[in-house]
Design a protein around this ligand. Structure first.
Ligand code: FAD
Length: 336
C-alpha cells in the first residue's frame, strides 16, 4: 500500500522556492514501489514529474494536477571497477566517497547541489569536468515496460548540459542508480582558470584530488547567492555555442567578446559576459525576479515568483540577447 500524499506545497522542495502545489506526491524509497506508483498514475490518468533534490527544477504555477515522485533511493556500494550511487543519494556526499575510492575527476564536481540520479540527466559540469567523463553506466526503470535496464555511457548521448534522458525518447526512464568508473591512479585536472589561480603557488605534482575538492568548495562558496534567503537554481541559461562565422561577426562589434573552441567549427560564448557587457543586464530586476549582480547567468528571486513570472522574465532576457547578438539562448533549468 503506497502512502500517497495530497495537495503538497512542492515549491518548498526546490531551491527556487517557487509557489506550486502537487495534487499527489509520493516519496519513492524502494525500487519496488515504482511499479505501484505508476500503476496508480495510470489508473487515475495522471501526468507525473520526477523530483530529485529540486536544485534544477521549477514546478508549474498554481496546482500541478498530477503526481510528483520524489526519488529517495539511498545507498552507495563498490563493485570491481565502479562506485555505485543510488539515485536519491546526496551528490556532494557521493563525491567525497568517490575521491576516497579513486573516481578520478569527481573532485571537480564538488559542491554541486542535488542527487546522484539527476547528474546524468543534465550531464552536470564544473571546473573543467563533466560527469559524462566518469559515468560508466546508468540503471533505469522503464515506465512503459516496468522493467529495469542498463544504459551504457555511449548510449546516453551526452552533450553540454544535455543527454538522451532530456529527449522525448529518454523521458520514459527513471534513473535508479549510476556506476562511476574507478581508476588505479588519478591525475588531477586543474586547467580551469579559477583552479589554476588557486594552485599557482604550488607544484602541481603535489596536488591530490582532495586538495582540488577543497579548492572547488572554497571557490564556489563566494560565487552563488545565499540559498537560505533567496530562490535560485544556479545558472538559469546555458552558455550558447555558436558558429565561428557568427562569432567573428560579433567580434566586429564587441572586440573583447570571449569565446572557447568547441570541436572544429563551434565557439562557446560565456553568456554572463554578454549579459553584462553587451546587454547591460547585470542585476536587472523586474517584479520578484532578477539577474544576480555577481554572476548574471544566475537568476534569483525573493521566493515569491512562480513559474509563469520566471518564464516571462527569462523570455524577455532571451529577446534582448537575440536582438543585440542574434544568439538564441536556451534554459539550463527545467521549468514547467
Ligand atoms: C546554487 C546552485 C549551483 C549549481 N551549480 C551547478 C554546477 O556547477 N554545474 C551544474 O551542472 N549544475 C549546477 N547546478 C544545477 C543542479 O544542481 C544540477 O542540475 C543537479 O544535478 C540537479 O540535481 P537535483 O537532484 O536537484 O535534480 P532536480 O532539480 O530535482 O531535477 C532536475 C531534472 O532531473 C530530473 N530527475 C531528477 N532525478 C531523476 C531521476 N532519478 N530519474 C529521472 N529524472 C530525474 C527531474 O525530473 C528534472 O527534470 C546548480 C544549482 C544550484 C541551485
Amino acid at each position: 500500500m503506497l502512502h500517497i500524499q495530497e495537495n503538497i506545497n512542492i515549491g518548498d522542495s526546490t531551491t527556487m522556492k517557487s509557489p506550486s502545489i502537487a495534487r499527489y506526491f509520493f516519496e519513492v524509497r524502494e525500487e519496488s514501489q515504482l511499479e505501484d506508483a505508476f500503476s496508480f498514475a495510470e489508473e487515475h490518468s495522471l501526468k507525473h514529474l520526477i523530483l530529485g533534490g529540486g536544485s534544477n527544477i521549477v514546478f508549474p504555477a498554481g496546482c500541478f494536477e498530477g503526481i510528483v515522485l520524489k526519488i529517495s533511493l539511498l545507498g552507495i556500494y563498490e563493485e570491481e571497477d565502479v562506485l555505485v550511487g543510488l539515485a536519491g543519494e546526496n551528490w556532494d556526499n557521493f563525491v567525497q566517497k568517490g575521491i576516497e575510492v579513486g573516481v578520478c575527476g569527481i573532485e571537480n564536481l564538488s559542491g554541486i547541489p542535488g542527487t546522484v540520479g539527476a547528474t546524468p540527466i543534465q550531464n552536470i559540469g564544473a571546473y573543467g569536468v563533466e560527469v559524462r567523463e566518469i559515468i560508466s553506466w546508468v540503471d533505469v526503470f522503464n515506465i512503459e515496460t516496468k522493467k529495469v535496464e542498463r544504459i551504457q555511457n555511449a548510449e546516453c548521448n551526452f552533450g553540454y548540459r544535455d543527454s538522451f534522458f532530456k529527449k522525448p525518447e529518454g523521458k520514459k526512464y527513471i534513473v535508479l542508480r549510476v556506476g562511476f568508473l574507478k581508476k588505479e591512479s588519478c591525475q588531477v585536472s586543474v586547467l580551469y582558470k579559477d583552479l589554476k589561480t588557486y594552485f599557482e603557488s604550488r607544484s602541481l605534482k603535489d596536488v591530490i584530488p582532495s586538495d582540488v575538492r577543497k579548492a572547488v568548495l572554497s571557490i564556489r562558496m563566494n560565487k552563488f547567492p545565499d540559498l537560505d534567503t533567496c530562490g535560485t537554481s544556479g545558472s538559469f541559461f546555458k552558455n550558447p555555442i555558436i558558429s565561428k562565422d557568427h562569432y567573428k561577426k560579433l567580434q566586429d562589434s564587441f572586440e573583447d567578446i570571449p569565446g572557447y573552441e568547441v570541436g572544429v567549427e563551434k565557439i562557446k560564448v560565456p553568456l554572463a559576459w554578454v549579459l553584462d557587457h553587451v546587454c547591460n543586464l547585470k542585476g536587472y530586476e523586474e517584479g520578484n525576479v532578477k539577474l544576480f549582480e555577481q554572476q548574471p547567468l544566475i537568476l534569483v528571486t525573493n521566493r515569491k515568483a512562480d513559474a509563469n513570472e520566471i518564464k516571462s522574465f527569462s523570455e524577455k532576457i532571451k529577446k534582448i540577447v537575440f536582438t543585440k547578438t542574434n544568439i538564441e539562448i536556451e534554459n539550463e533549468v527545467v521549468i514547467f
